[in-house]
Ligand binder design. Structure first.
Ligand SMILES: Cc1cc2nc3c(=O)[nH]c(=O)nc-3n(C[C@H](O)[C@H](O)[C@H](O)COP(=O)(O)OP(=O)(O)OC[C@H]3O[C@@H](n4cnc5c(N)ncnc54)[C@H](O)[C@@H]3O)c2cc1C
Length: 402
């Protein structure tokens, strides 16, 4: 169907405003540009960037890269791992693995990879900077908005007011736009504390330098590691369910604090942590799924819409899928408002499933103890590769356009 709400961009107010220049906001801008829709990305920080850690990308992320026009560049920056590996960190043995080789790639049409966040953000940023339909503005915190049925005005913390045809809230976990659209208060504090570090590959114990995203599951704690940046470094993400009461993001912590949560697991898994330096901590938050992401000409995207725990490694993948689906829905619609609702309808169930499964992963896969852990091992070790593929079809086979 021909797009009718938009004939040809003529006025500056015809652009879509995007609050947030993270992975979700930049993906949305690129996806809109692919459909000839201009946008202005408003980023709160003084410069655009990402923290220096790693991120896992399922095949669904690569489906998105192609739709965003950055498929080849994105493929060049990735490390292609051979397995997803689940280890028992008390017994020091493998519970199961998923083979990411030729059969996996053939089934999903794309690989599973790990990348440096900065590299991923950089690919999206460069493409945005090079596109004539995308403008980027830093030091621009969106605090609230007004709308009049034809336009939306974003109010910035510095007093500026900027007008567009729509506003997309891609402003993350603590979204100001969500506060006005949904108004459901602060995110839920999970009580799980995650510590991150990146270490040179030569400091990773030699017998653990696997070409895999490995998760060591243990009572109330787990460790994830994988190689990054052409095998120059290993990314370490270690999580401790210590019932932390307050949200924290990126606070530097001494190494002794990190060790405290892992003294009960096997020696081999503990050695991984000993080599970490410059640890930073996050107390993880998420939210229950909601479906009221749209208010007239305003919609939410990425963590602003559906913040999730990281245990399915899908938050950024879902944010990019959102961007692809948003642009596709707007390009097909007769009115902007109905396009935003279509986008919401196409995304709510899929993202809710990942939100809830991520929580369940924490409870039933990452952190169980005793008979609960024995049951996990019995169920998961009995699965064949075909069983795993069948269980993952809904996720990795998707592109955001289902
Ligand atoms: C430990 C950990 C590991 C993870 N691992 C993975 C993984 O392996 N794979 C995966 O896919 N996902 C993973 N995730 C999730 C992923 O990082 C997030 O889901 C993703 O970054 C969300 O992107 P976003 O653009 O929606 O939000 P954000 O990345 O939070 O970006 C929001 C942007 O908006 C800006 N901003 C905030 N407020 C405002 C405002 N009011 N106005 C303007 N700008 C504003 C911020 O400065 C930021 O640049 C992980 C998360 C964590 C915590």
């Amino acid at each position: 169907m021909t797009r009718r709400w938009w004939v040809a961009p003529s006025e500056v107010s015809d652009r879509v405003l995007i609050a947030g220049g993270g992975i979700g906001g930049l993906a949305a801008a690129l996806a809109l540009a692919q459909k000839n829709i201009p946008s202005l990305v408003l980023e709160k920080a003084h410069q655009l960037g990402e923290i220096g850690a790693g991120i896992q990308l399922g095949p669904n992320a690569f489906h998105c890269f192609d739709r965003l026009g950055v498929g080849e560049t994105a493929r060049r920056m990735a490390v292609y791992i051979d397995h997803l590996r689940l280890m028992d960190s008390l017994a020091d043995g493998e519970i199961t693995n998923i083979d990411l080789g030729p059969a996996f790639r053939a089934r999903y049409g794309n690989p599973y990879a790990v990348v440096h966040r900065g590299d991923l953000h950089g690919v999206l940023l460069k493409a945005c900077q090079a596109h004539p339909l995308i403008d980027l503005k830093v030091s621009s915190e969106v605090t609230s908005y007004d709308q009049d049925g034809k336009t939306v005005t974003a109010k910035l913390a510095n007093g500026e007011r900027l007008t567009g045809t729509a506003l997309i809230g891609a402003d993350g976990l603590w979204s100001n736009v969500r506060r006005q659209v949904v108004g459901d208060g602060s995110p839920r504090v999970s009580g799980h504390t995650t510590y991150r570090s990146v270490i040179p590959t030569e400091q990773m114990p030699e017998d653990l330098r696997w070409n895999a995203a490995t998760l060591w599951a243990g009572p109330k704690c787990h460790i994830v590691h994988y190689p990054l940046s052409g095998w120059k470094v290993f990314n370490l993400v270690v999580t401790y369910h210590n019932h932390a009461p307050e949200p924290v993001a990126g606070k530097p912590v001494p190494v002794e604090e990190v060790h405290r949560g892992f003294t009960h697991i096997c020696e081999r898994a503990q050695t991984i942590i000993r080599h970490g330096k410059d640890w930073r901590m996050w107390v993880l938050c998420d939210r229950d799924p909601v479906d009221n992401w749209v208010d007239g000409r305003v919609a939410l995207l990425g963590d602003a819409a559906h913040p999730m725990l990281q245990y399915m490694a899908q938050g950024a993948c879902m944010a990019m899928e959102d961007g692809v689906c948003l642009a596709d829905s707007l390009a097909r619609t007769e009115t902007l408002e109905s396009g935003l609702k279509t986008y919401r309808d196409r995304r709510v169930l899929r993202t809710a499933r990942v939100q809830l499964m991520s929580r369940a992963m924490g409870d039933h896969v990452c952190h169980p103890d005793g008979p609960h852990a024995a049951l996990r091992n019995a169920i998961m070790s009995a699965k064949s590769q075909d069983d795993w593929f069948a269980a993952l079809d809904w996720l990795y086979g998707g592109s955001g356009l289902d």
